[in-house]
Design a protein around this ligand. Structure first.
Ligand SMILES: Cc1cc2nc3c(=O)[nH]c(=O)nc-3n(C[C@H](O)[C@H](O)[C@H](O)COP(=O)(O)OP(=O)(O)OC[C@H]3O[C@@H](n4cnc5c(N)ncnc54)[C@H](O)[C@@H]3O)c2cc1C
Ligand code: FES
Ligand code: FES
Length: 488
């Protein structure tokens, strides 16, 4: 078993052990390596000042394939979690004496004033250029939703992002893809990893069998997905749990597939990948995921992490509740015998505030959901204080199937499904309201169902909105959807 995390940083191989491996990447770069170009402002994944590019060498990767560099936030991930990755920080962007295309565009568009946010923007634009040689204004704005600037103003920055042109010479993948480095990472990371420091143990097993055996023998083990929830909690003062298990070396958990029934998503599949996969099979879910966090967060955060976090305002949960979602778990009770697997329907998963029907020692291996059916009308909504990069006050998922038209061509609904987040201690499916909605859709029926919804939810008051506000939002989201159905 390895006692180090293997990282290639700006093309240089590094073995990182003990205390350093448990530091957040941004702290490690700045205080241990003196690479202070990467800034820390919020330390919560919200501002993008700490953006770096990362290519992860998945278990079993082809060493000759070019690396795929994506932007991530370095402030909320420990070094141990980027084990097996190639990282490029802003110091790695210069090409000899030349600025990179993103740096040059920021300079010529006067897109920097105090400069504190600038390295983060340079890295986000560089991440965009790795995928889009030349981006339009809309694409540029989407890629920059995870970066904040307090003094320049966004217009010159967006101008720089649109003006930038990829060049072969400056391509990060071209410069840093090195078959020897990749082969080295694949060889090292085919071994499990264990980091011990100051009473904290972080393990990274290489198979589900090894993972569930460790979990059974080490009660209280905390599983890490992308750590976009966990990393923020740690930076807010929550100490690292004493037993952590990262799933990043388990090849099986990166599997995702589209089946006749729907989609299967492994526990390590990022939300960015889920968004891309959903485009053909659940296009409304793909559209909705554009409003989820930022590209940096979606490149590491997982769908399984959103479920396992069990927050009543997890954005994907209302959709999964009405789309036949199921979580699939593995365990090895007592740490002996065969790996046991079982499935839990999403409708039976949430047992209380932040509580799941997942037993100690079980890990979630994947989640499945149904494809959107022909004739199904699906709408997903989220209300938050800010459109981008914000947590919902209330979210809603609505789906109906129209089978015929009645008097005055009013639609007749043969099925209806409704679920909400942010209106109770758990996300909730509204089965009584669903039954009441079926039949001929009239204004009277819509109002009756809206009143039923208002009476059956129990929102809380907090910084995101009062209970009364949430109740109004929840019913209005339903009314807006029903009016859309009514108007065809
Ligand atoms: C800036 C920012 C913006 C965000 N915006 C949004 C947003 O718009 N909408 C939204 O819903 N959320 C948002 N989030 C929250 C977070 O990004 C999501 O909940 C994400 O899906 C979590 O996935 P993860 O893999 O990072 O989970 P992690 O942080 O790794 O884990 C979350 C929880 O799940 C458990 N867990 C993870 N994997 C497993 C597994 N395989 N088996 C068992 N337990 C497991 C962990 O132990 C932990 O308790 C945001 C977070 C940040 C920092
Ligand atoms: S420091 Fe703000 S996102 Fe990392
Ligand atoms: S240039 Fe000052 S924060 Fe952006």
């Amino acid at each position: 078993m390895r006692d180090f995390a293997l990282i290639h940083l700006n093309g240089v191989r590094r073995e990182v052990r003990g205390r350093d491996a448990l530091m957040m990447v941004a702290d490690w770069l700045r205080s241990e390596l003196g690479l202070t170009g990467t800034k820390i402002v919020c330390a919560e994944g919200d501002c993008g000042a700490c953006t770096v590019l990362r290519a992860f060498v998945r278990p079993g990767s082809d060493p000759t394939a070019p690396l795929n560099f994506e932007m991530i936030n370095a402030c909320i991930m420990t070094v141990a979690q980027i084990d097996g990755s190639h990282i490029v920080s802003v110091e790695g962007m210069r090409c000899g004496d030349e600025l990179s295309p993103a740096q040059e565009a920021m300079r010529t568009c006067h897109a920097s004033q105090c400069g504190y946010c600038t390295p983060g923007f340079v890295m986000a634009i560089s991440g965009m250029v790795e995928r889009h040689a030349q981006a339009d204004a809309r694409t540029a704005a989407n890629y920059l939703t995870g970066n904040l600037c307090r003094c320049t103003g966004y217009l010159p920055i967006l101008e720089a992002a649109v003006a930038v042109r990829a060049t072969e010479k400056h391509s990060v993948a071209g410069r840093y893809s090195n078959a020897q480095h990749v082969a080295d990472s694949v060889a090292a990371t085919s071994q499990s990893m264990r980091i011990d420091h100051a009473g904290v143990t972080l393990v990274a097993p290489v198979s589900v069998r090894e993972a569930v055996t460790y979990a059974a023998l080490t009660p209280g083990t905390r599983v890490i997905g992308g750590a976009t929830d966990l990393g923020v909690q740690v930076n807010k003062g929550w100490s690292l749990p004493s037993a952590l298990m990262s799933l990043h070396l388990i090849g099986e958990l990166y599997e995702s597939k589209i089946t006749r029934r729907g989609v299967s998503v492994g526990a390590r599949v990022s939300l960015a990948e889920v968004r891309r996969m959903s485009e053909g099979v659940a296009p409304e879910f793909a559209r909705f995921l554009n409003l989820f966090a930022s590209p940096q967060i979606k490149n590491v955060g997982t769908l399984v992490g959103n479920i396992a976090n069990a927050s009543p305002i997890g954005d994907t949960l209302p959709f999964l509740l009405i789309a036949g979602g199921e979580v699939h778990v593995a365990s090895r009770p007592g740490g002996k015998g065969a790996v046991q697997r079982r499935s839990i329907p999403m409708t039976e998963l949430f047992t209380g505030y932040k509580k799941l029907a997942v037993e100690p020692g079980e890990i979630i291996t994947h989640v499945t959901f149904d494809r959107t059916q022909p004739g199904e009308m699906l709408r997903l909504s989220k209300v938050s204080k800010r459109k981008d990069l914000d947590i919902s006050a209330v979210s809603g998922a609505f789906s109906v199937t129209i089978t015929a038209r009645g008097r005055a061509s009013a639609p007749i609904l043969s099925s209806a499904r409704i679920a909400y987040g942010g209106i109770a201690a758990t996300p909730m499916r509204m089965t009584d309201a669903e039954a009441a909605l079926c039949g001929e859709l009239t204004s009277e029926r819509i109002e009756r169902v809206a009143q039923m919804i208002a009476a059956s939810i129990a929102p809380i008051s907090d910084v995101r909105g009062s209970a009364a506000y949430r109740r109004v939002i929840a019913t209005n989201l339903f009314r807006r959807f029903a009016d859309e159905v009514l108007c065809g």
